[in-house]
Design a binder for this molecule. Structure first.
Ligand SMILES: COc1ccc(C[C@H]2SC(=O)NC2=O)c(OC)c1
Ligand SMILES: [Zn+2]
Length: 263
């Protein structure tokens, strides 16, 4: 699908050589969300999420994370409302996680780290006709971030976890169908923070309206352990590197305001 960022990610440096900040970038992601400094905005609407599981196509290990990719050639799986003026189309979701449960998320809340973070990636299909166009525009993308915490097993996630061994190595792809990503959203969808930011991997373009859900979802320790069984490296490489700590370091707020949909 259009939204799989084959080129961009393949240029990624190993995690420990963090991609350099974008020269002059003043709206980079991720950030720490300071709860007391966020501004309640009563004009923020509830999120309207309409996902069609039939648009789910495949899982791809791109050497940085694993992407669950959706057919984004029609408006079947969409997001609007919240802070958004336009309708956005779901193109993929992926996760960021750590080598242990102490860290792994990209955003933090009052510097609290979560063991993982889900990103549901959407592009503005009212204004653009292709993901590639939208990714270059400041109102082009909307990413919903959901924190994962260790607790009870997440039944909906298990279907995805069971498919991960098939994409253990970089560049492997497996067919994956009829998965409804709405099952990965927390019950309370009305409580979120939102701010203007960027992609968290190269090309780091400042095109993202971030929507970070306040309530985390619970997944089991064993489910997270399967994420860590994935590899950054392809089957041909001699040295296998486990796919962990695939998150970017936090970026300066540079005067931005984080709005909240709740008091
Ligand atoms: C060229 O287009 C790209 C490049 C990279 C990503 C992935 C980044 S962006 C995010 O939120 N998390 C990530 O890992 C992307 O995703 C929309 C789109
Ligand atoms: Zn991400």
């Amino acid at each position: 699908t259009a939204c799989s960022s084959r080129y961009a990610l393949s240029q990624l440096h190993p995690m420990w050589q963090e991609p350099l900040a974008v020269p002059g970038g003043d709206r980079q992601s991720p950030i720490d969300i300071s709860v007391r400094k966020s501004l309640f905005d009563p004009q923020l609407k509830p999120l309207v999420v309409k996902y069609d599981p039939r648009t789910c196509q495949q899982i791809w290990n791109n050497g940085y994370s694993f992407l669950v990719e959706y057919d984004d050639t029609t408006d079947k799986s969409t997001l609007h409302g919240g802070p958004l003026d336009d309708q956005f189309r779901l193109c993929q979701f992926h996760f960021h996680w750590g080598e242990n449960n102490a860290w792994g998320s990209e955003h933090t809340v009052d510097h609290l780290l979560y063991p993982a973070e889900l990103h549901l990636v959407h592009w503005n299909s009212d204004k653009y006709s292709l993901f590639e166009e939208a990714v270059m525009e400041d109102n082009g993308l909307a990413v919903i971030g959901v924190f994962l915490k260790v607790g009870k097993r997440h039944e909906g996630l298990q279907k995805l976890v069971d498919a991960l061994p098939a994409v253990r190595h970089k560049d492997s792809v497996v067919e994956f169908t009829r998965f409804d990503p709405a099952c990965l959203l927390p019950e309370s969808r009305d409580n979120y923070w939102t701010y203007s930011g960027s992609l968290t991997t190269p090309p780091l373009t400042e095109a993202v309206t971030w929507i970070i859900m306040k309530q985390p979802i619970e997944v089991s320790h064993d489910q997270l352990a399967v994420f860590r069984s994935l590899l950054f490296t392809s089957a041909e490489e001699e040295v296998q590197k486990s796919m962990v700590n695939n998150f970017r370091v936090q970026q300066p707020l540079k005067g931005r305001t984080v709005r909240s949909s709740f008091i």
